[in-house]
Design a protein around this ligand. Structure first.
Ligand code: SAM
Length: 277
């Protein structure tokens, strides 16, 4: 790595002034990016999918930590030349794709097992996460994910029933994964500094979802229940399902409960029993 210039020099060489529209908050501290890479576990037998490598701080760390291969997709064309510099130092190990992670299927570049590791652009982070979790086939193409989110989103992912943060993200993430807060990263570690703190979350995909349910049905009932989280289930689900009260009782769920007190197992039973209106 001695031959790669510091990231700050890369930024000025390629004129990579951060663009807010692309959610660009860069990490220049390679100790931090290495901490993220190491938290993901041993990478030597894994391909890594990285979303938004930017100037390539985390990319360098993933390769330094011995990733078998890194596939990195970046929307900002200005970053590609900077990433090519890293590629020459790790021949055959880095695949750079210029494009939009929301509309590009990268599975053709990846060989199992796959770990997704990224400092996600905050504006599309949740959307990407929901897509990875709501895969129609399970197990999906990835085995684990180590992802950076705004702290508030991270807290929602790992929240338990009964807490204010518990919601749709908690249910869909914990239904199919073991989730864990890895560590927080202060706003001052980023350039430019965002307004909020960030948190790295680790997801380990379960071989089987925790409880049986069809993903589309589960997603539907969970989103309707949390759309009106202060209402009792019987009210929140009315109009979306037939015979709501009967269905809830058949699922063993008290109809006067509110979504934030419904367990993942109860949501799965509701998804099995309730019939859409
Ligand atoms: N990984 C770098 C780091 O840690 O310093 C940059 C992280 S920055 C938070 C997010 C990166 O995602 C930016 O480089 C941005 O250009 C890129 N990005 C934003 N939207 C994207 C999209 N739709 N597809 C791919 N990359 C995107």
């Amino acid at each position: 790595m001695e031959t790669l210039p510091p990231l700050k020099d890369i930024i000025s060489k390629y004129k990579l002034s951060a663009k807010k529209s692309l959610g660009q908050n860069f990490l220049f501290d390679l100790n931090l990016t290495s901490k993220i890479a190491r938290y993901a576990g041993n990478l030597e037998q894994s391909d890594v999918l990285e979303i938004g490598p930017g100037p390539g701080g985390l990319t360098r760390s993933l390769l330094n930590e011995g990733a078998r291969k890194v596939v990195a997709i970046e929307k900002d064309t200005r970053c590609i030349a900077a990433l090519e510099e890293i590629k020459t130092l790790f021949p055959g190990k880095l695949e750079i794709v210029q494009g939009d992670a929301l509309s590009t299927d990268l599975r053709q570049y990846l060989t199992q097992p796959v770990q997704i590791i990224a400092n996600l652009p905050y504006n599309i982070g949740t959307e990407l996460l929901v897509r990875w979790l709501n895969s129609t086939t399970w197990p999906s193409f990835w085995q684990s994910m180590t992802l950076m989110f705004q702290k508030e989103v991270a807290n929602r992912i790992v929240a338990s029933p009964g807490s204010k943060a518990y919601g749709r993200l908690s249910v869909i993430a914990q239904w199919r994964c073991n989730t864990k807060i890895a560590f927080n990263i202060p706003a001052t570690s980023f350039t430019p500094s965002p307004k909020v703190e960030s948190t790295v979350v680790h997801f380990e995909a379960l071989k089987e979802p925790r409880f049986p349910a069809e993903v589309n049905k589960l997603e539907f009932v969970v989103s309707k229940a949390f759309n009106q989280r202060r209402k009792m289930l019987r009210r929140a689900l009315k109009g979306h399902f037939k015979n709501v009260e009967e269905g809830l009782l058949a699922a063993g769920v008290v109809p006067t409960k509110r979504a934030e007190n419904v367990t993942i197992q109860e949501f799965c039973l509701m998804a099995q029993i309730l019939v859409r209106a």
